[in-house]
Design a protein around this ligand. Structure first.
Ligand code: PEP
Ligand code: MN
Length: 353
């Protein structure tokens, strides 16, 4: 249920209402929008009468039921307003969201050694990326495949951060690593294979770092939004949804089917920022540029692109990784579409801290 306050509602009245709602066993969350304050109510509201709530204050404009199974994640919960995820990085704060410029995240699938991660970071930064991605802990289909260098790779990501000031996005697979990953990551990634790992979601949702939640390989949009709901319900509102391709009947020519229709669909269902990963979405570097351009045209807030200094030698996901040279060109190509849609960043692509 959401309680929309009238413009100018006094702070003391909002506090009084919050206390009253809590005496009814409802959790309230105050959401300050551009024009109005909305109080999101979560709890057992099924038998509650919106009119009765409305009568509890003359400052209440409207009480609305959120009909969707996901509540905090739904667009209604913020009365239609988009949320933004602001991430402090050494180069300044970067904002993800519908009303902000496109944010580009780039880097290798896995962190392989210091020279390659620092070189890749320098190259992607020079091309215009704001975040470096790179896995220390890798979820691999085969237990015999390279699993990532683990904790030591986190130190290498820290070195790349130090060298470039880029924000770091890296995956957390096991809640036991939350502390060490959180020390280096500016944004914690939950990978496709863990989207349904609810105990991990509860733990990562209870910490403060922003989270990229990848869509499970066979997850419906509603399952994905319910997974995001776990994060928001655990207390972390800073969630970015990343589409990375889904399993469909045909994987002969592309690794996955990149579902770009999620962009307008998510836009209507949720206030959360959207990221598109055309690298895992297609599995082939030659298809990445077209899908990245299409994603911008469709209104994505962010892109995640795998870049490797020598894709042929990559320890994971080489076939879908761009060379730094191809990434340079791609950024030029993307700028044309980004400018046309009004989403290209002015240098530097940051907001004031
Ligand atoms: C990755 O980002 O390298 C990765 C493993 O992604 P996903 O979880 O989408 O497969
Ligand atoms: Mn990868």
């Amino acid at each position: 249920m959401i309680v929309v306050m009238k413009i100018g509602a006094p702070e003391a009245e909002i506090t009084r209402l919050t206390e009253e709602f809590s005496s009814w066993n409802l959790n309230s969350e105050k959401i300050v929008g551009k024009h109005k304050v909305v109080i999101g109510l979560v709890g057992d509201t099924v038998d509650m009468d919106p009119l009765q709530i409305q009568e509890s204050s003359p400052w209440i404009e409207q009480v609305l039921r959120v009909e969707k199974p996901y509540k905090r994640t739904s667009r209604e919960y913020r009365h239609g307003e988009a949320s933004e995820v602001i991430v402090p990085t050494p180069n300044g704060a970067v904002a993800f969201g519908e009303h902000h410029p496109l944010v580009v995240v780039a880097g290798p699938c896995s962190v392989e050694n210091e020279a390659m991660i620092v070189e890749t970071a320098r190259r992607v930064k020079a091309a215009g990326a704001q975040f470096l991605r790179g896995g220390a802990f890798k979820p691999r289909t085969s237990p015999y495949a390279f699993q990532g260098h683990g904790e030591s790779a986190l130190g290498l990501l820290a070195a790349a951060r130090e060298a470039t000031g880029l924000g770091i996005i890296t995956e957390l697979m096991d809640a036991a690593d939350l502390e060490i990953v959180g020390e280096v990551a500016d944004v914690i990634q939950i990978g496709a294979r863990n989207m349904h790992n609810f105990s991990l979601l509860k733990k990562v949702g209870a910490q403060d770092k922003p989270i990229v939640l990848k869509r499970g390989m066979s997850a419906t949009i509603e399952e994905w939004l319910m997974a995001a709901e776990y994060l928001l319900a655990a207390g972390n509102p800073n969630v970015i949804l990343c589409e990375r391709g889904i399993r469909t009947f045909d994987n002969k020519y592309a690794r996955n089917t990149l579902d770009l229709s999620v962009i307008p669909v998510l836009r209507s269902l949720t206030h959360l920022p959207i990221m598109i990963d055309p690298s895992h979405g297609t599995g082939r570097s030659e298809y990445v540029p077209s899908m990245a351009m299409a994603a911008i045209a469709a209104g994505t807030d962010s892109l995640m692109i795998e870049v490797h200094p020598n894709p042929k030698k990559a320890l994971s996901d080489g076939p879908q990784s761009l060379t730094p040279e191809r990434f340079d060109r791609l950024m030029q190509e993307l700028s044309v579409i980004g400018k046309a849609t009004g989403r290209w960043f002015a240098e530097p692509a940051t907001v004031g801290v």
